[in-house]
Design a protein around this ligand. Structure first.
Ligand SMILES: NS(=O)(=O)N[C@@H](Cc1ccccc1)C(=O)O
Ligand SMILES: [Zn+2]
Length: 319
């Protein structure tokens, strides 16, 4: 379990209990389902939030994924914050009610539960990043677009950025892939926008990560402008630094590149608090920061949801 000073973080059992409590408290707004199993057999939970939640309505869908990287425990708290905002807030906040009524919101609070549990299993943090297959695969180098193309990952199993033996070799990326693929209804991908939550550095990142170029096959200048404009608008609200992810460093096989190329989903990474840290200490802020550092993103998430029907509207275009 988490060491003292970190009890406010949810371990896997506590996270599942929180999801079940949300179903108990807001049964008409949420539907909890498993999209399958992790390598070690833990359920990968997805919570759907919407009015008429049992019906697949013709509404734009939004996906939030958290905890691809095991040690980035603050991101689980961020996904739980989004769930709380858009369920508890429904009855009292008109903006929240409008967004829940007009969208279908999917939240996957832990993509890598095996790694997250391994990181805390001894009661001392292990600074574990990857999943638990063999020496570990980095889920965020295992996605199937430009996998291993460009020096943005490692072929060495011991590496922190090991891409795996093949694209989608990790059960966890396979399950999220299959879920997203399943949201193609009548030939149209219903999920329009996505945020993948990470720590740390306080950044908002967008594709492509595999190339330094702003435009590349499947991503033209107008689309790059939409990514940057919406990214900058969100950064103005949470104080993070907005940039194309390759401005940070080249990555290949990241979730954002696949979401965009395979489905044209406007897919971002948010790197949360802290802005800087000494090595791995930055991954372990005490639980006293959880409330402020998750609520810090409330307005950026609200703006994101408001543009999720048509992100190009941010630059005055129609869909
Ligand atoms: N969370 S992190 O420290 O691992 N940083 C992320 C940053 C990142 C995320 C998405 C695309 C490119 C880069 C990573 O996957 O390397
Ligand atoms: Zn990460």
């Amino acid at each position: 379990d988490f060491p003292s000073g970190y009890a406010g973080y949810h371990n896997h059992r506590e996270m599942v209990a929180e999801l079940n409590q949300t179903v108990a408290d807001h049964g008409s707004l949420v539907k909890l389902s498993s999209i399958g199993k992790s390598h070690e057999g833990r359920d990968l939970w997805a919570l759907k939030i919407s009015d008429n939640v049992a019906t697949d309505e013709n509404e734009p869908e939004v996906l939030f994924t958290c905890n691809q990287h095991a040690r980035e425990h603050l991101t689980v708290e961020m996904c739980l914050r989004i769930i709380k905002q858009y369920t508890d807030g429904y009855a009292t906040n008109a903006n929240i009610k409008n967004l829940v009524d007009s969208r279908e919101i999917w939240v996957i609070p832990s993509v890598n539960p095996d790694g997250a549990e391994y990181d805390i299993a001894t009661g001392q943090f292990r600074a574990w990043r990857k999943n638990r297959q063999g020496q570990g695969t980095d889920p965020n180098r295992n996605w199937g677009y430009q996998w291993g193309c460009c020096g943005g990952s490692s072929g060495s199993p011991s590496s922190e950025t090991y891409r795996g033996p093949s694209a989608f070799s990790a059960p966890e990326t396979q399950r999220v892939r299959d879920f997203v693929n399943s949201r193609v209804v009548g030939g149209t991908q219903q999920i329009k926008t996505h945020i993948d939550w990470h720590t740390y550095s306080e950044l908002i990142l967008w594709p492509y990560g595999y190339t330094y170029n702003d435009t590349a096959p499947g991503l033209d200048a107008t689309q790059a402008n939409v990514f940057a404009t919406l990214g900058r608008r969100m950064a103005a609200l949470n104080g993070y630094t907005p940039e194309q992810s390759s401005d940070l460093y080249i990555t290949d096989g990241s979730v954002n590149d696949w979401m965009w190329n395979a489905h044209k989903i406007w897919s971002y990474t948010f790197e949360m608090y802290p802005k800087t840290g000494s090595g791995t200490s930055g991954f372990y802020p005490r639980d006293t920061v959880i409330a402020a550092q998750t609520a810090r993103n409330d307005s950026a998430v609200e703006l994101f949801l408001s543009y999720s029907d048509c992100a190009p509207r941010i630059i005055g275009r129609t869909c």
